[in-house]
Design a protein around this ligand. Structure first.
Ligand code: UDX
Length: 418
C-alpha cells in the first residue's frame, strides 16, 4: 500500500516461499482487495521482493520493521525477530537511514533498540509508527485511517515520515506526532481498550440471556451514545486473532515488570477465557452431553474476512467439545487449510450443508455472510436434530423458528442456564 502512494518499496522476508509467491503477484494469505494493488505496483516496478538481507539497497531512506512479536510462554512479547531484523539492516544501510518500528512492541522498545545500536557503534535515528489495520479490511483501514501515529526522536525523522504519509496529510487525516514510547503505548492501549469493549459486551450478553433481554438491541442503543461508540460492541464467541490476546498479555506482563497490576485488563483476559469455555458448556448443557454426538461447526477463523485461525475462539470451542468426545464436522470458507494444521481430531466438509449432514446441532462461530444465505428449509431435513446455536447472532432466528428449528442465539432469551 506504500508503493501505491508512489513510493519505491523493497520488501524483504527470510521466507523464500512467501517471497516467490509475492514476486509472481500472489498474496500468501487471504486479504480482500490486496492482490489487485500488488499486481499494479509490480507492473509499475514500484515494489520488489527479496529473500535475503544481503539484497538491501544501502541507500534506502527509511526501513519499516514489520516482523512478528509473538508471545513467549509467560505472555511477554518476544522481540527476537525485531532485534534480528534491526541488526541485519543496521549492518547494511547508510547511517542516515531512518529505522521505523511498525511491529507491535512493548513501550520502551525503540529506546532500547536505539541504545543497542549505539553500543554497537551505530548512530541510527529511530521512529515508531504503529499500524491499526484489521485483518479482512486491511486495505481500506490503510487507505482511510482515523489517524496516523508517528513517534519520533528528531525533527528529521518527523520530516521523513511526513513525506511518506504526504498524501494522507493532504487529505486532512490527522497525523499525531509523539515521542517513541507514547506511540508504542498508544498501540497497546488501543488494542487493550477494544478488547475490553468486546469482553464487556460478551458479559452483558450472558446477563441478557438470563434476564430475557436482547443483547443486539442493547449494544446498538448503547453505541448511539457517541461517548460509547457503536464499534466493537458486537457480542460473539469471544475475541481472538493474532493481536488482541497477545498484546493484552504483553501489556499485563510489562506492567507487572513495573510492579503495576492492570486489574481491568487481567479481568478482560479472564472474562474472555471464561466466555469461550462457557460457550462449550452451553452446548453440552442443551444437548445433555456431547459424547459421540455429531456436531457441525460453521466457521473456524477468528472472524470473517480472513483465513487466520490463530487464537480463534472457534478452534478452542471445537477442541473443548472434542475433549468431551463430540464428533465434529466443520466447514469454513477460507480457514480450512490453516485449521487442519491445528485441529486434527475432527472431520472437514467441502461446504456448509455437508458439515451439517446428520448433525444433532449446528454451531455458527464465525460471521461469514455465506452462512446467512443457506437453504435452511432443506437443511433441517438432513440434520439429525434441528438445533442451531448462533454464536454470532447472524441468522434470521424468526425464520429458523418458523422452519421448526430450536434456535439458541447469544445474549437473547433462552431456555438454558449454565
Ligand atoms: C486488531 C485491531 O482491531 C487492529 O487495530 C490491530 O492493528 C490488530 O488487531 P484484528 O486482529 O484483525 O485487528 O481483529 P479485530 O477486527 O480487531 O477483531 C478481534 C477479535 O474481536 C475477533 O475475534 C472478533 O471476532 C472480535 N470482535 C470484534 C467481536 O467479537 N466483536 C466486535 O464487536 C469486534
Amino acid at each position: 500500500m506504500l508503493s501505491e502512494q508512489g513510493h519505491k518499496v523493497d520488501c524483504i522476508d527470510i521466507n523464500t516461499e512467501k517471497i516467490e509467491l509475492l514476486k509472481s503477484g500472489k498474496i500468501p494469505l487471504y486479504e480482500p482487495g490486496l492482490a489487485d494493488y500488488l499486481e499494479n505496483n509490480i507492473k509499475s516496478q514500484r515494489i520488489r521482493f527479496f529473500d535475503s538481507y544481503s539484497q538491501i539497497n544501502p541507500n534506502t531512506e527509511v526501513v519499516f520493521v514489520t516482523v512478528d512479536t509473538p508471545s513467549d510462554s509467560l505472555g511477554n512479547a518476544n522481540l527476537k525477530n525485531v532485534y534480528n531484523a534491526v541488526s541485519e539492516v543496521s549492518e547494511r544501510v547508510n547511517q542516515d537511514c531512518l529505522i521505523v518500528i511498525k511491529s507491535t512492541v512493548p513501550p520502551g522498545t525503540a529506546e532500547n533498540i536505539h541504545n543497542y545500536l549505539s553500543n554497537k557503534g551505530y548512530n541510527f535515528d529511530l521512529g515508531v509508527n504503529p499500524e491499526f489495520l484489521k485483518q479482512g479490511s486491511a486495505v481500506s483501514d490503510f487507505l482511510y485511517p482515523d489517524r496516523i501515529i508517528i513517534g519520533v526522536k528528531t525533527k528529521l525523522a518527523r520530516a521523513k515520515l511526513e513525506v511518506i504519509y504526504r498524501s494522507f496529510i493532504d487529505k486532512n487525516i490527522p497525523l499525531i506526532v509523539t515521542d517513541t514510547v507514547t506511540a508504542e503505548m498508544i498501540k497497546y492501549a488501543s488494542n487493550a481498550f477494544l478488547a475490553t469493549k468486546v469482553a464487556f459486551i460478551n458479559e452483558m450478553a450472558g446477563l441478557c440471556e438470563l434476564l430475557g433481554a436482547d443483547i443486539d438491541l442493547l449494544a446498538n442503543s448503547m453505541g448511539m451514545d457517541h461517548r460509547i461508540g457503536k464499534e466493537f460492541l458486537k457480542a460473539g464467541p469471544g475475541f481472538g486473532g493474532s493481536c488482541f490476546p497477545k498484546d493484552l498479555s504483553a501489556l499485563i506482563r510489562l506492567a507487572e515488570d513495573h510492579n503495576v497490576k492492570l486489574q481491568i485488563l487481567n479481568s478482560v483476559k479472564e472474562s474472555n477465557y471464561n466466555h469461550i469455555t462457557n460457550i462449550a458448556k452451553k452446548v453440552e448443557y442443551v444437548l445433555n452431553g456431547v459424547q459421540n454426538k455429531k456436531i457441525a461447526i460453521w466457521g473456524l477463523t477468528f472472524k470473517s474476512g480472513t483465513d487466520d485461525v490463530r487464537n480463534s475462539p472457534a478452534i478452542d470451542i471445537a477442541q473443548l467439545l472434542v475433549n468431551n468426545k463430540a464428533k465434529i464436522t466443520a466447514y469454513d470458507p477460507m480457514g480450512m487449510d490453516n485449521a487442519r494444521q491445528v485441529l486434527k481430531d475432527i472431520e472437514y466438509a467441502d461446504n456448509a450443508i455437508g458439515a451439517a449432514r446428520d448433525a444433532e446441532a449446528l454451531l455458527l462461530l464465525t460471521e461469514w455472510k455465506e452462512f446467512k444465505n443457506q437453504d435452511f428449509a432443506s437443511l433441517k431435513s438432513i440434520m439429525a436434530a434441528p438445533n442451531v446455536f448462533d454464536f454470532r447472532n447472524l441468522l434470521d432466528s424468526e425464520l429458523l423458528l418458523r422452519y421448526g428449528y430450536h434456535v439458541y442465539s447469544l445474549g437473547k432469551k433462552s431456555i438454558y442456564k449454565v
